[in-house]
Each structure stands twice: as structure tokens, then as C-alpha cells.
Design a protein around this ligand. Structure first.
Ligand code: PRP
Length: 222
């Protein structure tokens, strides 16, 4: 770790569509990232802000949780899906940011769903990015689950015979529709949370408290 990073707080934020909703919230918190932050073509991953002791890193959503859990980033913005999938004990999630609303669902091809009764499942195979949440959800009612881990494009799995069912995030529902699939069961409502590394909370309590309260005010004032 270089000397500058040791002094700074690092805020990890996810790439992708959540950034559109997050950018106004950052501004409401008076966090103004350097210009490159909104440039999709840049290969930079770490960005300075108008606060000399706060930098932002832009990483994959699941990796936000990992960077914060290990203390490589001190604060983060991530979906409750990732928080629950990993269950890192070092992550504290004090604030629902009221953005990134979607849900995690079981989905199947429309034609097959019509013939299925999820209550009768006893052993199923599922393609998903969420093996822990999926297995836990079905174990609660005694359904044995074989999860095939994918990192994206789950919706193609049934067509190609990898698994008849998927567990994935649904927002507008357009991806399912475009792949002739339908939701058969909801597992979890999801929204983005502000997360904090528990050790940092102990070593830098005032700075962390200041940022948590700043985000809280921005969310309440929306
Ligand atoms: C997510 C998710 C679905 C899609 C659902 O993927 O995995 O594929 O969004 O959104 P919709 O209901 O609005 O169509 P994302 O676009 O984040 O990319 P990913 O496949 O790389 O995870």
C-alpha cells in the first residue's frame, strides 16, 4: 500500500447501472470525484475527490463487499444481495441508500413454468451468481439444490441445457422477457446499502461517523 492510500479513506462503488443513481447522491453528500470518474473509457480504477482524504475506487459489485471486508476499502456502496451472499463478519451496513431497488428471484422458461409447482420441488439444479443465498433459501423448506456458479448472462443457461432454473436479479424484467423467461418465486428484495469496515469504524470513528451521517442526511433530504 502506498503512503497516500494509508492516510486516505477509500470509498468503493460498483460499476454499472447503479452509478447513475449513485452519482446524484454523491453530489448531495458534497463528494465530487475527479472528471475521469464519469468517463467510461478510462482504465483508471482509483479516483480523487474534492476531499483530499477521500478517494473512490470503481469495482465490480461483488468486489465492493470483498474490498471493504478486508479493509482495503473503508466504506462502500453495494446491493444487499452481495452483503447477504457473502455474510462477511467484518462488514457493517448502517444505512439503506434507497437506490438500486430490485429483487432476487427464481426464474424459468415461460413454457416450463406453466407446468411447474415450486412447492413440489425436492431436488433442483440452478444456474446462479448466488449459490449461498439460493441453497439457503431452498434448504429452509427441505429442497436440495445443486448450484452451478455463473458470473453473468444466467438467462442463457436454460436454453442451452445447463440448468432449467436460474436465480438472478430482476429490475425492469426486460432481460427475462427477452429470453422468454418468467419469475416463479421471489427470494429477496434488494436495495443498495452504505457499508463500513468494522475495524476502520474503531480506528477512525469520527471520520466514519461523519460520512455515515452525511449519507443519512442526503438520503433523508431526497
Ligand atoms: C442484471 C441481472 C440481470 C439483469 C436484470 O445484470 O443479472 O441479467 O440485470 O435487469 P432487468 O430486469 O432490468 O432486465 P446486469 O445488467 O447488471 O449485468 P450482469 O449480467 O453482468 O450481472
Amino acid at each position: 500500500m502506498n503512503k497516500d492510500n494509508k492516510q486516505k479513506l477509500i470509498l468503493a462503488v460498483p460499476k454499472g447501472r447503479i452509478l447513475e443513481e449513485l452519482t446524484p447522491l454523491l453530489l448531495a453528500c458534497d463528494i465530487i470525484p475527479e472528471d475521469d470518474f464519469t468517463n467510461n473509457r478510462t482504465r483508471k480504477l482509483q479516483f480523487t475527490t474534492n476531499h483530499h482524504n477521500l478517494d473512490i475506487i470503481r469495482v465490480r459489485a461483488f468486489d465492493v463487499a470483498t474490498f471493504v471486508a478486508y479493509g482495503a476499502a473503508h466504506l462502500g456502496v453495494v446491493g444487499s444481495d452481495a452483503i447477504e451472499e457473502f455474510s462477511y463478519s467484518e462488514i457493517y451496513a448502517p444505512l439503506d441508500l434507497d437506490i438500486g431497488h430490485c429483487h432476487l428471484s427464481v426464474a424459468m422458461p415461460i413454457k416450463e413454468a406453466a407446468k411447474e409447482n415450486p412447492k413440489q420441488w425436492s431436488h433442483i439444479r440452478v444456474a446462479t451468481k448466488y449459490p449461498n443465498l439460493t441453497a439457503h433459501h431452498f434448504a429452509k423448506r427441505g429442497v436440495q439444490t445443486e448450484c452451478i456458479k455463473l458470473n453473468g448472462a444466467m438467462e442463457i443457461a436454460p436454453t442451452l441445457g445447463l440448468a432449467r432454473r436460474i436465480v438472478d436479479l430482476v429490475s425492469t424484467g426486460n432481460t427475462l422477457k427477452a429470453n422468454n423467461m418468467v419469475e416463479v418465486e421471489k427470494i429477496l428484495d434488494v436495495s443498495s446499502r452504505l457499508i463500513v469496515n468494522r475495524s476502520t469504524q474503531k480506528t477512525k470513528p469520527y471520520e466514519i461517523k461523519k460520512w455515515v451521517e452525511t449519507f443519512r442526511k442526503a438520503v433523508n433530504d431526497k
